[in-house]
Design a protein around this ligand. Structure first.
Ligand code: NAD
Ligand code: TYD
Length: 347
C-alpha cells in the first residue's frame, strides 16, 4: 500500500501526475499538498477531486509542523516532490522567494521524512527537477546524467541546491531517493507565463508576441503527459539512488516555434496565413539567458523502455485545442494579480 504525498499537485505538471496516479492506482492513497500560489489551481483537478483515494491539503511545504502532522496522519511512505517556484523571469525579479520554497521547502520535507522514516528502506523520496541545473549547451552535444551542474539563473541555482540536498540526505542519512531532471514541458493547464501557452494566449487574443533577444535560443520540448508517464515508470521501476534525465528529443529555436504556433493557430481559426506572425515583437533579452538545452534521454530509454508517446505535431495540436476550448480557465488564471504583473512587464 502506497500513501503518496505529492507536493505541488495543483500546478501544471503536478496535476497530470496526480490524475495519472489517482486513476491508475485505486489502491494507493494520493495526498496532494499545495499552497495554491498564483500557479496552483484546483480547477486543474476537477475531474478527480471526488475520488475515494484522493485528499487535497492546502499548505506550505516550508511549514514543518504541518508537514510533520501530515506524515503521521496519513502514514506517508512515498513523496513525489514537485512544489516549486518554477518561472525563470520571476526568479530574476525575486530570488529569495525561490530560495525559500525550492531550497528551504525541500530541506524541510527532507527533514520531516528523515525523522519519520528513521532509516527505513521501504520508502522513497522522489525529487522532480529540471535540466536547467546543467547550465547552457553550445550548438553541439547533450546533457547526460553525468553533466556537471552549472546553473545560471536564480531558478536553476535554487533547483540545483535542492537536488544537492536530496543527494546529500541519501549519502549521509541513507534516505532512499530518486531524482529526475526533465526538459521544457508543454501541454494543457500550463500557466500562460511560459513560452508556449503565453504565445497561444496572445495569438488567440491578437496581442504582441514578445520574443526575447534574437529568438535564436533552443529548448527541448516534451508533452506533459509523457513526463507524467516517465514519472510513473521511475516511481515503480527505478532503483533508489538513481537519477534520470527525461527529454523529448525535440529541439526548437524559440523563433521557429513561435512562427509554427502562428501558422497552426491561423489555420485553426481560419485566419489569413501570416496574419499572426505580424504580432511577433523582439523585446529586450532575459539576463543570463541560457542558449541551448537538449537532453540525452537514452538512459531512461535503455533502463525503463520510456520514450515520448506523442510527436510534437500531435502534442501541439492537443495543446492548442485545449487552450481554445478552455478560455474560461485562461481568463480566470490571467485575471487579477497576473494581469497586473504582465501589464507592468510589457505594456
Ligand atoms: P508550476 O509553477 O505550474 O506549479 C508549482 C506548484 O507548486 C503550484 O501548484 C504551486 O501552488 C505549488 N507551490 C509553490 N510553492 C509552494 C509551497 N511553498 N508549498 C506548497 N506548494 C507550493 O510548476 P510546474 O511547471 O508544474 O513544475 C513542477 C516541478 O517540475 C517543479 O519542481 C519544476 O522545477 C519542475 N520542472 C518543470 C519543468 C517545466 O517545463 N515546467 C521542467 C522540468 C522540471
Ligand atoms: P520559458 O517558457 O520561460 O522556459 P525556460 O526559461 O525555463 O526554458 O522560456 C522558454 C524560452 O522562451 C526561453 O528561451 C525564453 C523564451 N521566452 C521568450 O522569448 N518570450 C517569452 O515571453 C517567454 C516567457 C520566454
Amino acid at each position: 500500500m502506497k500513501n503518496i504525498l505529492i507536493t505541488g499537485g495543483a500546478g501544471f505538471i503536478g496535476s497530470h501526475v496526480v490524475r495519472r496516479l489517482v486513476t491508475r492506482y485505486p489502491e494507493y492513497h494520493i495526498i496532494n499538498l499545495d499552497l495554491l500560489t498564483y500557479a496552483g489551481n484546483l480547477e486543474n483537478l476537477r475531474d478527480i477531486e471526488g475520488a475515494n483515494n484522493y485528499t487535497f491539503i492546502k499548505g506550505d511545504i516550508a511549514d514543518k509542523e504541518m508537514v510533520n502532522k501530515l506524515f503521521h496522519l496519513y502514514d506517508i511512505n512515498t513523496v513525489i516532490h514537485l512544489a516549486a517556484e518554477s518561472h525563470v523571469d520571476r526568479s530574476i525579479d525575486d530570488p529569495l522567494a525561490f530560495a525559500r520554497t525550492n531550497i528551504m521547502g525541500t530541506l524541510n520535507l527532507l527533514e520531516v521524512a528523515r525523522d519519520f522514516w528513521k532509516g527505513r528502506t521501504d520508502v522513497l523520496f522522489y525529487h522532480i527537477s529540471t535540466d536547467e541545473v546543467y547550465g547552457s549547451l553550445g550548438s553541439e552535444g547533450f546533457f547526460t546524467e553525468k553533466s556537471p551542474y552549472q546553473p545560471n539563473s536564480p531558478y536553476s541555482a535554487s533547483k540545483a541546491g535542492s537536488d544537492h540536498f536530496v543527494r546529500a540526505y541519501g549519502e549521509t542519512y541513507g534516505l532512499p531517493y530518486i531524482t529526475s531532471n526533465c526538459s521544457n514541458n508543454y501541454g494543457p493547464n500550463q500557466f500562460p507565463e511560459k513560452l508556449i501557452p503565453l504565445m497561444i494566449n496572445n495569438i488567440i487574443s491578437n496581442k504582441p508576441l514578445p520574443v526575447y533577444g534574437d529568438g535564436n535560443y533552443t529548448r527541448d520540448w516534451l508533452y506533459v503527459i509523457d513526463h507524467a508517464e516517465a514519472i510513473d515508470l521511475i516511481l515503480h521501476k527505478a532503483e533508489t539512488g538513481e537519477t534520470y534525465n527525461i527529454g523529448g528529443f525535440n529541439e526548437w529555436k524559440n523563433i521557429d516555434l513561435v512562427r509554427l504556433l502562428c501558422t497552426l493557430i491561423d489555420q485553426r481559426l481560419n485566419r489569413a496565413q501570416g496574419s499572426s506572425e505580424k504580432l511577433i515583437t523582439f523585446v529586450k533579452d532575459r539576463p543570463g539567458h541560457d542558449k541551448r538545452y537538449a537532453i540525452d534521454a537514452s538512459k531512461i530509454h535503455k533502463d525503463l523502455g520510456w520514450k515520448p508517446g506523442v510527436t510534437f505535431q500531435q502534442g501541439l495540436a492537443l495543446t492548442i485545442d485545449w487552450y481554445l476550448s478552455n478560455k474560461e480557465w485562461l481568463e480566470h488564471v490571467t485575471s487579477g494579480e497576473y494581469r497586473e504583473y504582465y501589464e507592468k512587464r510589457y505594456e
